[in-house]
Design a protein around this ligand. Structure first.
Ligand SMILES: [Zn+2]
Length: 471
């Protein structure tokens, strides 16, 4: 962290209740980290908001498998992604730093990955993903010995064939393939990434929606309807929004069911005792509660429904499993944690830091979350502490798009839904956050982190269109 950033954090500490850059005097003395684990699994459930997981207190039983895993590990209540859509979020996850540094802005490709560190340490690395933006076309396969791109629920229909109902069962196949790979590893050390779009649109699982009025939505929420909503041609009624929300919850549960089966397979193979298991998501979803025009979409805003994601880390050697950590952590911390726990150190200058001290119950300095990379609407960036979220236009405040304010400041303790903008009331605090963003911008590359979609290979364009991206 640069000296300027540290100074700004020290100033923020005074007004925003943050500890400074130095170690807290009352932090418990660090204990020796445990011996390295043999292997690790990282499960990425695409498009899951933390506040729609029953593991996070949501009323519907959307994530019983995640709850079981949390009882064996640590649940992070405030895990923050660095971007509200897939490519920059997954790139920053793999690189351990924000998308402008992680991705080559010209080509939208991953510059480097912590998976390369694991690979160099002699660990077998494999990924089972459902493609789209989680694709080797963006060099996200860096460092992976095996990278299998399932077609997921965006499989192409051969000419003349009846289109399959999308969204159903993609997780079942992807997890099954990943479990088959696991069963072949024997005593080898491995790092396995499993990614599914199951909770992403289209929403198809009706288990929580069966009793609800369908309205104009129909049995599933199709991509055509999502596009109609985005174009302003359709505005859902409150009852229809509740139905859409129930479908989304059903898709989360469908993914969680497969996660549960996969974790059972890990147990059955005798791997749970020596494998770190991490489950998270890349970003959340707008269910019409932020902006009705982006119902069932993401990429357009930086409020918590889009960037606060589930994160559970289960370490089989944890002497006190079942804890919940309220301190803010970031998705960029996940791969540094896995690398550290597998005993694969690196000397990369990255933003992400090992969560090991928090996993061992040692309190450490606060982790400030930075992010941005909005895909729709004016370009914006955010900085989030445990106490505040600050969002700023990064395209020049007087730009033509009127739909986003130049800057916004929210007190997360009193206003967790981020509805009362305090930027005008607390300009000094907003200025401090703005300086923090500016200093950080000065430390790294700028600019767009993805190429224009029309420059991508044609098959990839088709798959992205099926996910609702390419228009
Ligand atoms: Zn995603």
């Amino acid at each position: 962290m640069g000296r300027g950033v540290c100074r700004s954090i020290a100033w923020l500490a005074l007004v925003a209740g943050l500890a400074g850059c130095s170690e807290r005097a009352d932090a418990p003395a660090p204990v020796d980290p445990p011996a390295p684990l043999q292997s690790a699994v990282l499960v990425l459930l695409d498009t899951v908001r933390a506040d729609h997981c029953s593991a996070y207190g949501y009323a519907r039983p959307t994530t019983p498998a995640l709850e079981r895993l949390a009882r064996r590990g640590v649940l992070f209540e405030n895990a923050i992604s660095s971007a509200p859509w897939t490519l920059p979020a997954v790139a920053s996850l793999l690189a351990g730093e924000g998308a402008p540094r992680a991705l080559d802005g010209e080509r939208g490709t991953l510059r480097r990955s912590l998976v390369e560190v694991l690979h160099r340490a002699g660990i077998a690395t494999a990924a089972f993903t459902e493609g789209g933006f989680v694709s080797r076309d963006f060099l996200l396969d860096r460092g992976f010995d095996a990278w299998v791109e399932e077609e997921g629920h965006v499989r192409r229909t051969p000419p003349g064939a009846t289109p399959q109902p999308p969204g159903s069962g993609s997780a079942a196949r992807t997890f099954a393939h990943a479990a088959r790979w696991l069963a072949q590893q024997g005593e080898r050390r491995f790092f396995l990434l499993v990614h599914t779009y199951e909770p992403h649109t289209p929403y198809t699982d009706r288990r929580f929606a069966a009793e609800l009025p369908v309205g104009r939505v129909g049995p599933s929420l199709r991509m055509g309807m999502v596009r109609d909503i985005q174009r302003g041609e359709l505005r859902l009624e409150p009852e229809e929004l509740r139905y859409v929300e129930a479908l989304y919850d059903g898709d989360i549960r469908a993914a969680d069911d497969e996660l549960g089966r996969f974790l059972d397979a890990l147990d059955a193979e005798g791997l749970s005792e020596r494998t770190l298991v991490v489950v998270t998501s890349d970003h959340g979803e707008d269910l019409g509660d932020l902006d009705p025009q982006f119902t069932a979409s993401h990429g357009h805003a930086l409020k918590d429904p889009l960037v606060r994601v589930p994160l559970v880390v289960a370490d089989p050697t944890d002497p006190r499993p079942g804890r919940r950590v309220a301190a803010q952590v970031r998705l960029v911390d996940v791969l540094p944690t896995i690398a550290a726990r597998l005993g694969a150190p690196h000397a990369l200058e990255i933003e992400g830091r090992d969560l090991g001290p928090l996993l061992r119950g040692e309190e450490v300095e606060p982790r400030i979350a930075f992010g941005g990379d909005t895909r729709l609407g004016p370009a914006r960036q955010f900085v989030r502490t445990g106490a505040h979220k600050y969002i700023e236009r990064s395209d020049g405040a007087d730009a033509a798009a009127p739909e986003a304010p130049a800057r916004e400041l929210f007190d997360l303790a009193t206003d967790p839904r981020e509805q009362h903008d305090l930027a005008a009331e607390q300009p000094a605090l907003a200025d401090a956050f703005s300086r923090l963003l500016a200093e950080r911008r000065g430390q790294g590359p700028q600019g767009p982190s993805t190429p224009p979609l029309e420059t991508l290979p044609q098959p990839l364009q088709e798959r992205l269109r099926a996910l609702g991206y390419a228009d």
